[in-house]
Design a protein around this ligand. Sequence first.
Ligand SMILES: [Zn+2]
Length: 420
Amino acid sequence: MEPLTRLPDGTIKQVNPFTGTKVWTLPGRGARPFGVARPDPAPLDPGQHDRHCAFCWGRMRDTTPEIARVVRDGSSWREVRGLLAEQLDDTVPELRLFPNLFEILTYDYWHLAHGYEPTPESLAHRTAYLSTPAGRAHVTALARIRMRARGASGADADRLPAEDLERESLGLFAGNHQVIVSRRHFVDGATDDSQNAAAGTLTPEEHWQYTRFTIRAVHGLYRDNPHAQYVSAFQNWLRPAGASFEHLHKQLIAIDEPGVDLERESERVRAEPDLFARWGPEYAEAQGLVVARTATAMACAGIGHQYPSLVVYTANTSRRPWELSDEEVRDFSDLLHACHAATGSDVPTNEEWHHGPPALGLPVPLRAVIKWRVSTLGGFEGGTKIYVNTIDPWGVREHTVTRLHALAAQGLVSERVEVA
Ligand SMILES: [Zn+2]
């Protein structure tokens, strides 16, 4: 089926060429402004610096024990793994990776359904972490929070029994739902609470490190959990897009199924091995939907997504994300960064990554969809599985390209990005 059809009255019918998702854009419904109105920004309290939310660096013990962090020394970036509670403030991380305190699929789920066991690295980290007073206090406090949330008895015992600590701490160190947090809650020099540090406010280099760290963490989940069939990687920005904290972060969740999208895509790519090139970049080009390019990646307006969207495709379909070269990852990251910058910090977005998992012997490239959460789904969508969009792909493209030209003129996007 043709992905884009224009009807006589101006209605655009879209069919996602990879998943079959149907979307209609109806004329006259697109004139609403987007972005969240923040009528009364409050001035920032300097006393709250670095303590605005549980992801802020001043509250590192509000999160689970850190798996890894990225530290910057001038122009070089290095990863540090397995710190103890007493060492958390010895360096200033640019990025932190830790298990989600309340995971979607728990340690018990993986252990009981698949016989999953923590890796020796994770077990050693747990032993070392619990061997210090600060580490023990940190993990005990988290164990109590988890037990309380489940309604488990004994959560408020004066001394938490050893077996409770043992049980809770296993999942706290071997979680298959992880979070990556970027350093800033607000942009440097922010004066009020509307100036959140969105992905597009990072420098292109910072965003590249964020992307690389994410790819390494996705790879790590596959490596450490042989039962993971897919690792979902995504970024919810602002509360209307599902973010619990308005502090830039990504989430990675290992699941034991490929997921509905990948199942549909696999079926299609089996029949048509050049599916992604043909119906991604080539079709976007033919339809005039290209937003920007780098040497090995392309950004274009998306077709057939529940919300108006931008898609960044990497051209290399034969490699998994962690097999891409540094240059290819940079090309991908720079475009993703540019798309976020053009979208703007005040627009709620979901960034969803798609890739081929290790066991899939099919040419599925890494790509990311940025969805603008500017409309609310309702009963029509629920009842028909046809999504109504307010902005058609050409409208998305025009808005983005206009903003990108202005950002490029100010030097705010990577020089590697060529705006269409
Ligand atoms: Zn924060």
